[in-house]
Write a protein that binds this ligand. Structure first.
Ligand SMILES: Nc1nc(O)c(N)c(N[C@@H]2O[C@H](COP(=O)(O)O)[C@@H](O)[C@H]2O)n1
Length: 159
């Protein structure tokens, strides 16, 4: 069982600024497959609406609670991307979200350094806002694995 000091909570509510910076909620613009997004959370929430739905664009341009609330009107049956749709919470959906998580960090020299600086810490994702939804866009286990795998790659690359 890791001690508290051996863990880093990657969440908007983290007590460590690095956890806030790496959080899916943070305003942190990136370009994903040709689309400019304000945050990973905005991407996650916007995907819930079909292309052409104004709520999708609103979510893509938002972060934090504004983004989260934008997605609350969705029925969470499907995720829509690149002219296709996939079942909500499916492996395909999780892989897509994972690619966006990676891409945001890969595009930012500062975020790459922040992630490298967490070497040796076990990453966790505890939002402090109730239990994880049973079916979700971003399971904590997947989010932390994507971050940990990317960190390993970045550390190997800078050696
Ligand atoms: N409330 C809560 N508790 C946890 O332990 C969590 N891991 C999360 N995850 C968050 O849920 C959001 C995705 O919601 P949808 O599945 O798209 O409705 C995302 O913000 C995760 O960080 N939540």
């Amino acid at each position: 069982m890791p001690t508290p000091d051996s863990c880093l909570n990657v969440a908007y509510t983290s007590t460590d600024w690095r956890g806030v910076a790496l959080s899916n909620f943070s305003l942190s613009p990136f370009l994903f497959e040709g689309v400019l997004l304000a945050s990973v959370e905005g991407f996650i929430q916007g995907l819930k609406f079909p292309e052409g739905d104004a709520r999708r664009e609103q979510a893509f341009q938002s972060s934090a609670w504004e983004a989260k609330q934008a997605g609350e009107q969705a029925d969470k049956t499907a995720a829509y991307w690149a002219g296709k749709h996939m079942p909500f919470g499916s492996p395909e959906h999780h892989q897509l979200v994972g690619r966006a998580v990676r891409t945001r960090i890969e595009q930012s020299p500062g975020l790459r350094q922040v992630l490298i600086s967490t070497k040796g810490l076990v990453l966790k994702h505890e939002t402090g806002h109730g239990p994880e939804p049973v079916v979700t866009s971003l399971p904590a286990t997947i989010f932390c694995k994507v971050l940990t795998d990317l960190r390993d790659e970045l550390i190997a690359h800078v050696k």
